[in-house]
Design a protein around this ligand. Sequence first.
Ligand SMILES: [Zn+2]
Length: 452
Amino acid sequence: MSTTFYLSFEVVPGDEGLVDKRIEGAQAHCWVVEDDPVSAVVMATYRVQQSGWTIQSQDAPPVSVRLEDFCERDLGEKSFLEAQEYGIAVFIVAHTPAKDLHSDAPTRQKPKKEFDLSDFIRTQQSVRSQGRCLFYQKTDKCGDVINAHSIQENGALSMIARDGYVYSISPNYGDIKRNKGRPSLARIHINKMSVFRGLCQQHDNLLFRPIDSVNLKPTLEQVFLYAYRCILKERYAKECAVVILDQQLKIFDGTKATKELLEGAREGNELGLAGLRQEQANYDESHQQGRFDDIRYVMFESSRIPTAVFSGQIYPDWGFNGEPIQDLGDRQSQRSLLTFSFAPTDAGWAFLFAWHKASDAVCRFFISTLQGAIRSGRSVEDLLFALVVKGCENIAYSPDWVERRTSEEKRMLEEAMTHGADFLKLVDQGYLSSGIAGLHEWSFDSVRDNLR
Ligand SMILES: [Zn+2]
């Protein structure tokens, strides 16, 4: 749940010439709506620097505030309300001997328009539509790249669709803008859902026939292929993200603060891509040698009607009770990756965790934290639903289910979906232990694995 934080900085004009140098010093008052105080400081720092100021010190730690705290204080009240609308409000009170700069009212720092969201989305669409086959053995038919589905269209998506439509995170500029930059749910045709252009026709058919035309039994080959598809899709997404950020950086002429933000995002994606190349190499090798027993899995089975279908992957960083699992800040060591997929079964559907044996230690530890949480009385359905909603963008919801939700429930769902989408935000240690219990209408009958 978001809180409004107030904090202030001592600032001086920066080197970029955005602020009149005759100002000797100033105080920047910030109101930020965030989940936690650390993210609030990160956000406020960025916005103050983006406005052309250099921060000399932070006056006090961020404090959580309410509208009542500012009653009768016009400026505080206005700023508080502005922060509710835009996520942040910044006012500057400066001192200068230059008389012509004097004013009774503090300067309001409006966010700069540095970033054209519609242009960004156009670039994104054009880069993603190019495509290339990522299969390890190239043939002359690999140029024929198709819109491969990372969630099966027939079988999975069609199980929850109504008239060919599902609900998912809207990729449209208009919807993102309407929701103030945050993801929102929209009706999407299943043809357009979960597609990626990372395989040619021939290799998509050849590779995934055992899961696209047969329900999950599971055989080890099927489990392997569910995980493999997650890896290929993410590898493709990361390759695109690096190209997109490169293109954005090439034409960017805004402030230093925003440029550094973009460069940081590029570096993060480059690092992610390097990890995925290694991960794919593990899967490629096992696949080439037919060693499907290199895969490990835990599968939760349900005979209920599914309400959501999904496929995704996470680098487990925090466990289900907030346990530290692996340090993602350590750039030298190989990260361990866990995939999770929806899979149709003869009896209904399954939630399938799968990982390569190279990631065994970390993934087993992560799963043991799930067992611990269940033993302490938490509902496995709540825990797994929260993981899917917060941990992946590749998810579609049944229209019947979405339309049964109250507007408050929809708001909670959209808020949970933004988790991790914002690169100014830190990952909260407790993100898997809190959140959106009870909405899912899930119920598992049994669980099986190959972890002996
Ligand atoms: Zn190919």
